[in-house]
Design a protein around this ligand. Structure first.
Ligand code: NDP
Length: 342
């Protein structure tokens, strides 16, 4: 029952690994450096079943160096592919699209050549592959929706495309690469995608300094420490968010629930605005004066104007029961305080 988790050092992935180990599935994780692997080995040293790591230095080269994932996929029965760059500072869109697409294809090619025992491949996609900005708010997105604008923006504007479009294009093209591979190759395994909105929750990954934290946690840090102005509170468009532990459980269920095969799953709890962040801070850390003040009377009005995601399929097929927004923000913030003394 060995499962491969790619990008095991990431924010989401460490929770995926933990959830799998706790459920009794031994895990092999790919990491970029041995140091990241050693950190994980130590983190999971008391797990009920073993964790081992293997170094795959750069997933982008995987489709040009066809053997890059061969040793990683050996003897596994399931794969969770989470490795993909997530940040807003790419210059050329190819910096994100390259690893996202070639990493996915390189992995799938290795499985195809080396391992006939694999039954299922779960790919961490994103609501970035679903969302379109050209809708009238409040719009409800479902798994039938595809992002149709970001790839075009990157093709026409190149380096001048927005940071959002660069990231969204990488996730859209990587997910399309999966479904197209399945259609063309008709492999012996079936595919599933998990499409989360912004993921928040406690940090388990190695991140020596605050500069090393993952991109979705940066937002919480910025609001908590007062890097964002009071004037942004009522006006900034809400996000949609989900707890990292719910996303991890969805990966586990996607690997083992037969009916999940060949499906996409939105993982998203509800819209959340900066007003919600600061109200959660006020609730749990009322003595702090660093963050702007929220307005509880505006919560519903602000969020009612937001686009949102239909998550009923994840409840029905994967059995997800969503963790509350306040719980996610409390645990994420507590991690930041404990680790970095902010
Ligand atoms: P992290 O940055 O924490 O994790 C990204 C992982 O991918 C890391 O393990 C990273 O390795 C690895 N990686 C990135 N680029 C490369 C590369 N070129 N070669 C090899 N490995 C690489 O972010 P998250 O945990 O948030 O993201 C994990 C997945 O979840 C991604 O696919 C992301 O798109 C998706 N996702 C995340 C959301 C969020 O809000 N966090 C929302 C929706 C989807 P290293 O640790 O060495 O940097």
């Amino acid at each position: 029952s060995l499962v491969l988790v790619t990008g095991a050092s990431g924010f989401v992935a460490v929770h995926v690994v933990k959830t799998l180990l706790d459920a009794g599935f031994p895990v092999r994780g790919t990491v970029r450096t041995a140091a990241k692997g050693e950190y994980l080995q130590n983190l999971f040293k008391d797990s009920p079943v073993p964790f081992a790591y293997i170094v795959v230095a750069n997933i982008e080269t995987a489709s040009r160096c066809p053997g890059a994932f061969d040793a990683a996929v050996m003897d596994v029965v399931g794969v969770a592919h989470t490795a993909s760059p997530f940040h807003w500072h790419a210059d050329d869109p190819s910096e994100l699209i390259g690893p996202a697409v070639h990493g996915t294809l390189g992995l799938l090619n290795s499985i195809q050549r080396i391992n006939p025992q694999v039954k299922r491949v779960v790919v961490t996609s994103s609501c970035a592959a679903i969302i379109n900005d050209n809708v009238t708010k409040p719009h409800c997105f479902t798994e039938a929706d595809w992002n149709t604008t970001s790839v075009h923006e990157c093709e026409t504007l190149g380096r001048n495309a927005s940071a959002t479009a660069k990231y969204r294009a990488s996730k859209t093209l990587a997910e399309k690469a999966l479904w197209q591979f399945i259609e063309v190759e008709q492999p012996h395994w079936d595919g599933v995608t998990i499409n989360p909105s912004m993921v928040w929750g406690p940090l388990l990954q190695q991140a020596a300094t605050i500069k090393d934290i993952n991109e979705s946690t940066v937002i919480i840090h910025e609001w908590f420490t007062g890097n964002k102005p009071q004037s942004d509170i009522p006006s900034v468009a809400p996000f949609n968010g989900v707890d990292v532990r719910d996303v991890a459980l969805a990966h586990l269920r996607a690997l083992i629930v037969p009916e999940a095969g060949s499906e996409r799953f939105i993982l998203s709890n509800a819209p959340a605005s900066p007003n919600d962040f600061v109200l959660a801070f006020e609730h749990y850390w009322p003595e702090r004066t660093t963050y702007p003040r929220g307005d509880a009377s505006k919560v519903e009005t602000i969020n009612a104007g937001s686009n949102y995601y239909d998550h009923t399929k994840s409840e029905r097929v994967l059995g997800i029961q969503y963790t509350s927004f306040d719980e996610s923000i409390k645990d994420a913030t507590a991690s930041l305080i404990a680790r970095y003394g902010i």
